[in-house]
Design a protein around this ligand. Sequence first.
Ligand code: ATP
Length: 387
Amino acid sequence: MRLNIEALNDAKELSGLENTVIEISHVSKQFGGFKAVDDANFGIRQGEFFSMLGPSGCGKTTTLRMIAGFEQPTSGEVRLDGKDVSKVPPYKRNVNTVFQNYALFPHMTVFDNIAFGPRSTKAPKGEIAGRVKEMLEIVHLADFAERRPTQLSGGQQQRVALARALVNYPSALLLDEPLGALDLKLRQTMQLELKRIQREVGITFVFVTHDQEEALTMSDRIAVMNAGRVEQIGTPEEIYHQPATVFVAGFIGVANLIPAAVVAVTGDLATVDAAGHRFGVPVTDESIKPADSAVVMVRPERLHISLDRPTGDLAAVEATVEELVFQGPVLRASLRTAAGTELVAHIGPEDALPMLRPGDRLWASWVLDAACLLRSVDTTAETALVS
Ligand code: ATP
């Protein structure tokens, strides 16, 4: 069931915007002398599940609040459906926000909670009943229409809040850590449920979270923010496999970060000296030049462990086993190179080496395109591993 999407798309084509619903154009937000958001510049497309991800205090909520209209940018422009909304108050913007505490009306039934928005727009009675029923079906609560919020579980209340926010067909739904109040199991169920609802209604969701797993599970694209700046925007796969910065590499999953000196750059392959070895690394950052300091990033599951030096077109470093921890699906091996760099390898059941013990010397290798070369930043080269 898709809601009025044809009509929405027609409107976009008419305005010549194609499929961008929200434009954040060189937006900064200053609180006193503190820059909470620094030159954010990106667009969010019609029908996509877009997440803003980053550590506490990085500016995600402030960006969301500027889209909703609860904060004004200090500079730059927020455009909704192609129009500058700097003078438009929150209640007149065609977006709706779902907060962590749901904010349901306790004295009203589920039906009346969801009907509240359409009733206040004075929509015809029959149309309101039809829309509420449609929403109840989408959020799988058709049998709960006459209950009050106190007679519902946390997950059910969350779904009522969603239905209430979606029933007026907003251009976008803004969600600020909406799963934060739920326990882990329910949270994981609701992640999939939210994604299903979003796909079904086809409305743009803008989701704020500090939980990288949550963002990877649900998003079509993710903006990773750090200290007020957007460091990278991409699909979950792009962000995981080709992080643009050392911060992004470390914030999403576990990353081995090996300090390296660039020896040469030929086309899109750099030759580097790292951990006492020389090998090739694909390079996408055109600003990286010979003699630069850089960081080789390779994920733990891409490391292959062998007792003998591997042959063939591989990058390989020699290391000593420091610790082995059985983690169920993988054996987590902590290794240290002679240069002192700590590495982590996730060894799957097929790769498990017999008789591996702390103190053993071995080789960690990877196919060249499993790694990427990142510009080094002052402190991170010291910290070889970020998890
Ligand atoms: P969290 O995950 O903890 O909610 P966040 O990434 O959403 O973090 P924001 O709430 O956007 O972060 O806050 C960004 C920074 O701006 C923080 O350092 C915060 O203290 C500051 N800040 C936010 N609102 C205000 C305000 N009204 N006045 C002063 N500083 C503020």
